[in-house]
Design a protein around this ligand. Structure first.
Ligand SMILES: Nc1ncnc2c1ncn2[C@@H]1O[C@H](COP(=O)(O)OP(=O)(O)OP(=O)(O)O)[C@@H](O)[C@H]1O
Ligand SMILES: [Mg+2]
Length: 413
C-alpha cells in the first residue's frame, strides 16, 4: 500500500488515462535511492488493466553492455520488426545482435525504436516502464530518450525511473520530470509505525524523520529497530540502512585518505570547511585529500565556504562504514582544533565521542556544557550532558553527583 504521494499518483493516473485515449505522455521519475521510484512504477503496472506493458530495467554491472536494456524492453515486439522501413529494421537487428552487423547512427536506431513502439501500440494502449535508468547502457538510454521525446499521438504512457545525482542521458533529455521528495510527515510516521509494529514515541519519530528526510526505505529499516532505539540526539541511530549502502558506493573510487576526510566531515556535523581542513591537517592528511573529498560527486555538495552531505543518510553512510577507532580519531582531531570559547559545547561532545573508557577531561568538558545549558534553561540538553559526563567519570562519588544533576535537570525539563 502506497502512503501519501497524491500528486504523483494523480500524474500517473492521468498518463494512463491519456494513453487509453490515444495520447502519449512520458514522465521521468527521479529521486534518491529508496525514495519510492520503483514503487510508483509498480503502482502504474498494477493500474494498467487491459493495457499492454513493456518493461526494462538497468542492471548495475551491465551498464557497459551496449543495447542490453533496449533488448529487454523490445523483446516482446520483435515480431513486428518487418513492419519497419528496411533500413530501420536492419539497423535495429544489428544493434540487438539479431542480424548482420552494420554501421548505423543513433538517429536511425532511435527512429527504429520509435517506429516499433508505435506499431506495437496500434494493437492496444501501451505502458512502458524503465526502472533504474541510471544503470542502462548509454546506447539504450539514448534510444529510449529519443523515442520518448517523439511519441505524440500514440496510445503510450512512458514512465522512467532514475536515481538522483547519477549519470544518465535521460536526465538531460527534456522529458517531463516528477521529482520525488520524502514522504509527508503523516505518511512517514505511519510507515515508521507499520515497520515498528506499534507506536513510536514522538521524539524518536522526529529523530528518524530527520535522519531519513522521509525516505521510505530508510524509514522501513529504521522502524524495524525502533523498539530498541534511543531518542537522544547524541546517540547514533543503530541501523545502517540499505539507502546508506547506495550512497557508500559513491565513495568507491576515492582514496582512503579522502574517505578519512569525509569521515571528519561526517563526524563534525557542520558544513564548516575551515574546521574540517584543520582537523584533517591534525590527522596528517593533505590539502589534496581534502579537495578530493570536497569533490565527491553524489555524496557532498560544495558551496562557498561550506561542504554539506547531499542527504543525512549520505553522512550516516560514511560514519557507519568507518571503524570505531577511525571515528574516535576523527572526533579527537575535531576536539583538538576547536579552540574557540563558543565551540566549547560541541568540543565536549567530540571529546566524549573520542573517549575509550573513563575520561576525566571529556567528563569535565561535559560538565561545563551541562552547566551552561542549565543556566540558559536548556534542561534536556543539560540532562544529557550530565548523564554522559557521569558515564565517563571513574570516581564513584563524583559520578553519583553528576548522575544526580542529570536526574534533577531531567526532572526540571
Ligand atoms: N509511498 C510509499 N508508501 C509506502 N511504502 C513505500 C512508499 N514508497 C516506497 N515505499 C517502500 O519503500 C521501499 C523503497 O521503495 P523503492 O524500492 O520504490 O525505492 P526506489 O526509489 O526505487 O529506490 P532505488 O533507487 O534503490 O531503486 C519499498 O519497500 C517500497 O515498497
Ligand atoms: Mg528502484
Amino acid at each position: 500500500m502506497l502512503l501519501g504521494r497524491e500528486r504523483e499518483l494523480q500524474a500517473i493516473d492521468q498518463a494512463l488515462a491519456a494513453a487509453r485515449l490515444g495520447k502519449s505522455s512520458c514522465l521521468l521519475v527521479r529521486g534518491e535511492p529508496g525514495i519510492g521510484k520503483t514503487a510508483l512504477l509498480e503502482h502504474a503496472v498494477s493500474q494498467a488493466g487491459a493495457m499492454r506493458v513493456l518493461a526494462a530495467r538497468g542492471v548495475e554491472f551491465e551498464a557497459d553492455v551496449p543495447f542490453a536494456g533496449l533488448h529487454d524492453l523490445l523483446h516482446p515486439t520483435l515480431a513486428l520488426l518487418d513492419r519497419l522501413p528496411p533500413i530501420h529494421a536492419s539497423a535495429l537487428r544489428s544493434s540487438l545482435g539479431l542480424g548482420p552487423r552494420i554501421e548505423s547512427d543513433r538517429l536511425i536506431i532511435g527512429a527504429a525504436v520509435l517506429g516499433l513502439i508505435s506499431s506495437y501500440a496500434e494493437e492496444a494502449p501501451l505502458l512502458i516502464t524503465v526502472d533504474d535508468a541510471q544503470w542502462l547502457d548509454r546506447a539504450s538510454a539514448e534510444a529510449i530518450g529519443f523515442a520518448a521525446r517523439r511519441l505524440f499521438a500514440d496510445p503510450v504512457a512512458v514512465l522512467i525511473a532514475v536515481r538522483e545525482d547519477e549519470e544518465s542521458p535521460l536526465l538531460g533529455a527534456g522529458l517531463l520530470e516528477l521529482s520525488l521528495g520524502g514522504l509527508d510527515q503523516a505518511s512517514a510516521t505511519a510507515l515508521l509505525e507499520t515497520a515498528a509494529a506499534g507506536k513510536v514515541s514522538v521524539d524518536l519519530a522526529q529523530r528518524m524523520l530527520g535522519a531519513t528526510r522521509g525516505n521510505p526505505l530508510a524509514l522501513l529499516e529504521l522502524g524495524r529497530d525502533a523498539p530498541r532505539a534511543s531518542a537522544s540526539l547524541h546517540d547514533d541511530l543503530p541501523v545502517a540502512t540499505s539507502v546508506e549502502r547506495a550512497y557508500l558506493r559513491r565513495a568507491d573510487g576515492l582514496s582512503s585518505e579522502a574517505r578519512r576526510v569525509l569521515l571528519v566531515m561526517a563526524a563534525s556535523g557542520t558544513p564548516d570547511v575551515g574546521l574540517v581542513q584543520r582537523a584533517a591537517a591534525a590527522l596528517g592528511l593533505e590539502r589534496s585529500d581534502v579537495e578530493q573529498a570536497e569533490a565527491a560527486r553524489g555524496l557532498v555538495i560544495e558551496r562557498v565556504g561550506s561542504v554539506e552531505f547531499v542527504h543525512p543518510l549520505a553522512r550516516a553512510a560514511i560514519y557507519h562504514s568507518a571503524s570505531p577507532s577511525d571515528r574516535r580519531a576523527a572526533h579527537r582531531a575535531l576536539a583538538e582544533v576547536m579552540t574557540d570559547a563558543e565551540d566549547a559545547d560541541r568540543r565536549a561532545w567530540h571529546l566524549s565521542a573520542a573517549a575509550t573508557g573513563w575520561d576525566a577531561e571529556a567528563a569535565a568538558a561535559l560538565e561545563g556544557a551541562a552547566r551552561r545549558a542549565r543556566e540558559s534553561t536548556g534542561y534536556a540538553a543539560a540532562a544529557s550532558a550530565w548523564k554522559e559526563s557521569a558515564r565517563l567519570t571513574e570516581p564513584s562519588e563524583l559520578r553519583a553527583a553528576r548522575l544526580f544533576n542529570a536526574a534533577e535537570s531531567a526532572w526540571l525539563g
